[in-house]
Ligand binder design. Structure first.
Ligand SMILES: [Zn+2]
Length: 62
């Protein structure tokens, strides 16, 4: 399974990169059953996708 970081949209290698796995509620039906969406995010500082500070944050994380 390929994991993409929810913050920087970069790929996460689960064997070498620290990350959190997150579960978000997508929706619930009238009976109360919840549909979950799984996501992941780097634990190290990474810049938000499209941020003009990307290069600066990558230097801090290194
Ligand atoms: Zn990231």
């Amino acid at each position: 399974m390929i994991m993409l970081c929810e913050r920087c949209y970069g790929p996460i290698d689960p064997d070498t990169e620290g990350h959190y796995r997150l579960s978000h509620i997508d929706h619930a039906d009238s009976a109360g059953n919840i549909t979950w969406r799984e996501a992941a995010v780097h634990t190290a500082a990474c810049a938000a996708a499209g941020s003009r500070f990307t290069a600066e944050w990558q230097d801090r994380a290194a």
